[in-house]
Design a protein around this ligand. Structure first.
Ligand SMILES: [Fe+2]
Length: 371
């Protein structure tokens, strides 16, 4: 990664200058805007522009805050929207830029009757985590009454992105651990997703070859080199899931984020090795147009393990080193009393991408199996 350069602060500055934008709407996170160094950078770059900020509050994208952002954009009439933050900030920007009217917005999202007409204006994504890969995907997540919905359309994808490693190097270890794990989970889920194809597998493998080399070092001793590597790995994993979508660990993660406030990457990490094992053990009943067992062979090679048990152990060790707690008792989640509520929040659309068919009862068994 030594000789690799992604975007630089100058690239962003030159882009904004060259396009003669007048009014810039910036969406960012309350804390991350300063911690990442974005506030310092944008102060310089946007000096001569008319700027309006929205600094988001909630830890996951939810409908009432989305409406405030839409309202604020319509009021300000920007010619450029900059979404500077993690996956939630970028998802807010992506959805806000396609919402024409907030009347009945919840109803349309819930009933999948949302009409995508056009983008409001140019949207540029600048991730401050490495990450969700949200800068390259055509879908975005929004929660209504703690249930996750996904909007998907080519108009959702940001027009441009800038990967600036200097903006991700200063995030907390907790954010780095969760976001980096998300990138790893997205890439490995992509490889076994029913919708996986040659192109998505190429991106996912490339992503994992980088992330597995740099993830733990990035947590322990963050520097520009490993931040660059993780930005690239996250971006490639984003490109992979933009084609293949995610599978069971993501489908089951959403209630853990909305009901218990776990970060997205942490929520995904809870079940990853369990579902990987379930799919491997049941590969004979897989319903995908590729050979799942040979795909697992690829995964073993990439992870440098011999079999599924070693892969399982590797993920458990990785989570432990990253301090991503997966013990429900320690997380104060009582599965015995909360299970039905959790299962209600499972995303069935993502569950259907799992190579082996799973129903809610299977998910219950898998969740209870390791409590
Ligand atoms: Fe994710």
């Amino acid at each position: 990664m030594k000789n690799l350069t992604l975007s630089t602060e100058n690239d962003l500055e030159n882009f904004i200058k060259s396009k003669k934008y007048m009014k810039v709407f910036v969406i960012s996170g309350k804390k991350s805007y300063t911690i990442s160094g974005a506030s310092h950078l944008l102060k310089k770059i946007l000096k001569k522009k008319i700027v309006k900020f929205y600094l988001k509050n909630s830890s996951y994208p939810e409908i009432s805050e989305l409406k405030k952002i839409v309202f604020s954009i319509k009021d300000f009439l920007p010619d450029l929207i900059l979404a500077v933050g993690g996956g939630s900030v970028i998802d807010y920007g992506k959805i806000a830029n396609v919402v024409q009217n907030i009347t009945n917005l919840e109803k349309h999202i819930i009933n999948s009757s949302f009409k995508f007409k056009k983008k409001y204006t140019q949207l540029v994504a600048i991730p401050t985590t490495a990450g969700s890969g949200a800068e390259v995907t055509s879908n975005a997540v929004i929660y209504i009454d703690k249930i996750k919905y996904s909007l998907e359309n080519k108009l959702i994808k940001p027009d441009r992105f800038f990967l600036i490693p200097e903006l991700v190097v200063n995030s907390s270890k907790k954010i780095k651990a969760a976001a980096g794990f998300d990138a790893i989970a997205q890439a490995v889920e992509s490889l076994i997703s029913k919708k996986s194809n040659y192109q998505s597998a190429y991106y996912a493998k490339k992503s994992l070859n980088i992330s597995l080399k740099y993830y733990l070092e990035y947590l322990k001793r963050p520097n520009i080199e490993n931040s660059t590597a993780m930005c690239l790995a996250a971006n490639l994993a984003g490109k992979a899931i933009n084609i293949s979508k995610t599978t069971a660990p993501h489908a089951v993660s959403y209630p853990f984020a909305s009901l218990y406030g776990l970060s997205h990457g942490h929520a995904v990490s809870l079940t990853i090795e369990k579902f990987l094992k379930f799919n491997y053990v049941n590969h004979n009943s897989a319903k995908c147009n590729f050979d799942l067992q040979s795909r697992y062979k690829n995964i073993f090679e990439i992870f440098k393990v011999k079999n599924i048990l070693e892969l399982e152990k590797l993920f458990i060790d990785m989570k432990s080193k990253a301090n991503l707690i997966d013990d429900f008792k320690k997380l104060k989640i009582n599965l015995n009393t909360q299970l039905d509520k959790i299962i209600d929040g499972v995303n069935l659309q993502r569950l259907r991408n799992n190579p082996v068919d799973l129903n809610k009862k299977d998910v219950k068994t898998i969740l209870l199996g390791f409590n």
